[in-house]
Design a protein around this ligand. Structure first.
Ligand code: ZN
Length: 294
């Protein structure tokens, strides 16, 4: 079966160490993303080219939008809130992960306005991470344990299925998602990867998944109904970390990449490693959910 092939171009020479977690702010027409290793949150307005970033002073795994316009961060071992311009960064709630052995990684707001964020083993090999759910009142519950590298999250349009990636499993899994409680059940694998690790992902309006392939130099579009690969976006750099739909019509696919841990020999032919890319894949995505804060 032939698949559709797309290419991506540099949208912003961001030079991140480990670019991750893009999320489109449709109100302000800008993309937020993090540099986990660089410990910064970036924002980029494609229409003006305006690029800003602010220092979080610890490894920041994910940034999400709030209903009131600010941000929530999953940073090292805790949740933080910040103004959209990066001012007034402060702790939110009392939750702490064991930051000596894990750190926060990817996260996303769910259809009910709660922040789901997971942790990963610092070494990336032990199943000591968890997937958490942060409520608007600051309390935190555990959705899933025994996670090694918690990564991509996406929900179907009706909110009753959650797709999830533990990169160490090299698979995209699906769960039945209880919208009231967030409880996960009926885990099943919908797609497996060979020779690369699935990382971040986004869902499009047709219900298909766009999965960033770490060490794969591409983003795959997968039909979760049968696991088939329908399309691929090719990049000139191997460490492809995450994706988000953005732009005025939500049909631009923004793609983060990394130069982290790449050998100099590997980086030599990859001058764009760590930059932000964009592709036009011919389909749009839903707007991001916002955390119901305050
Ligand atoms: Zn990731």
């Amino acid at each position: 079966m032939s698949i559709k092939e797309f290419s991506a171009e540099v949208a912003l020479a961001a030079h991140t160490q480990l670019g991750e977690g893009p999320v489109w702010d449709e109100r302000e027409q800008r993309l937020f993303f993090v540099d986990i290793v660089g410990q910064r949150v970036h924002s980029f307005r494609p229409d003006t080219g305006a690029h800003h970033s602010f220092d979080v002073a610890c490894p920041v795994g994910a940034v999400v939008l709030r209903e009131d316009g600010g941000l929530v961060l999953a940073a090292h071992d805790a949740f933080l809130v910040a103004d959209a311009d990066g001012l007034n960064v402060e702790p939110f709630g009392t939750f702490r992960a064991d930051g000596a052995v894990v750190r926060f990684n990817d996260g996303k707001v769910d259809p009910r306005g709660r922040f789901c964020a997971g942790t990963m083993d610092w070494g990336g090999s032990l199943p000591i991470g968890s997937l958490y759910m942060l409520q608007p009142d600051g309390t935190v519950s555990v959705l899933l344990d025994e996670v090694t590298v918690s990564n991509g999250l996406a929900w179907t349009a009706d909110g009753t299925t959650m797709y999830y990636i533990d990169s160490r499993q090299r698979a995209v899994d699906a769960f039945k998602f209880d919208l009231e409680t967030g409880a996960l059940s009926d885990r099943r694998t919908v797609a497996e990867f060979v020779g690369m690790s699935p990382d971040g992902m986004a869902i499009d309006v047709e219900g298909c998944l766009w999965v960033a392939c770490w060490d794969g130099a591409r983003v795959d579009r997968i039909d979760p109904a049968n696991g088939r690969r329908l399309a691929a976006v090719h990049l000139p750099t191997s460490r492809v970390s995450s994706v988000a739909f953005g732009g005025p019509r939500l049909n631009d696919l923004y793609i983060t990449t990394a130069r982290h841990k790449a050998e100099d020999a590997l980086l030599a032919p990859e001058p764009d490693a760590g930059d932000l890319f964009v592709a036009q894949p011919g389909v749009s995505g839903p707007p991001a959910f916002r955390f119901r804060y305050g």
